[in-house]
Design a protein around this ligand. Structure first.
Ligand code: BT5
Length: 252
């Protein structure tokens, strides 16, 4: 396997509207694969589908420029899961010293949850002609009180769950090591190993879920993650392939 080191060069900004927007500009100027933009504060952090991402001081807000061999829809979907697995593995390493490490889960299509609350979100975007921007927002030392009221009760931070201040530079290094590892595997072996790890770490597989997407609403059981990163949901005897949308686990 060819080792690939993501996270160099590292461009540190104090305040920016969105690291994905800043990275798009750099990618357009030919920035190399692995270049990362990281900001202390984002004033216009973006989520999916036009949603916003709250980015006060204390979080890791960053975008990595990737130049994969293709930039089709499934590339972005599977790379978002590469990001999810890498974040989850990094969080696992950063909390392994605790007597009772928090439960880390990947929640399809682009979240990482810690003890049932949203810790991180991933935003994969194609940047024509040949780049993919992998945005990661991780609440490192953000206290939920600093987040908007409607987000607060659903979110958590690593510092809060670990019960101590998390060192940003050390945390970034662990995150880049995991991202480099899982992106390298994605390039060399395809999505299969990431899919397997996603299934192990999944918050949804085998659980009753509600899916709301741009063009569908359904309830069923999440049964699998497909080769192209889609989620398979079973309702009665019927399977539906879900390519985008939000999934919530139903409590019965
Ligand atoms: C995401 O979107 O979860 C992807 C978020 C990606 C953010 C990173 S930060 C660096 C890079 N630059 C950017 O501009 N973006 C990326 P989505 O699945 O659409 O979730 C958005 C929803 O998450 C919002 O509507 C809120 O409900 C919730 N949310 C917003 N800020 C949050 C936070 N800090 N922590 C937890 N949940 C949050």
């Amino acid at each position: 396997m060819t080792p690939r080191r993501l996270g160099r060069p590292l461009i540190r900004l104090e305040t920016v509207d969105s690291t994905n927007r800043a990275a798009a500009e750099l990618a357009g100027q030919g920035a190399a694969e692995g270049t990362v933009v990281v900001a202390e504060v984002q004033t216009g952090g973006r989520g999916r589908l036009g949603r916003s991402w709250s980015s006060p001081r204390g979080g890791l807000w960053l975008t990595t420029i990737l130049r994969p061999p293709a930039t089709a829809g499934e590339t972005v979907a599977t790379l978002a899961l590469v990001g999810g697995v890498a974040v989850a593995e990094a969080v696992g390493r950063l909390t392994s010293w605790l007597d009772q490490p928090p439960e880390v889960r990947v929640k399809w299509p682009n979240d990482v949850h810690l003890n049932g609350r949203k810790l991180a979100g991933i935003l994969g975007q194609v940047c024509p002609p040949d780049a993919v921007l992998l945005g990661i927002g991780l609440n490192l030392n953000v206290s939920p009180e600093e987040l908007p009221f409607d987000v607060r009760s659903l979110a958590t931070s690593l510092g809060r769950e670990a019960g101590r201040f998390m060192d940003p530079s050390a945390s970034l290094e662990v995150l880049f090591a995991e991202l480099s590892h899982w992106y390298g595997r994605w390039l060399d072996e395809g999505f299969a190993p990431i899919r397997r790890r996603c299934l192990d770490l999944s918050a949804t597989i085998g659980r009753p879920v509600r899916v709301s997407g741009p063009d569908l609403e359904l309830e069923g059981e999440a049964v699998d993650i497909m080769d192209d990163g889609a989620l398979l949901v079973r309702t009665g005897g019927r399977d539906t392939v879900v390519r985008s949308g939000d999934v919530s686990v139903r409590t019965q």
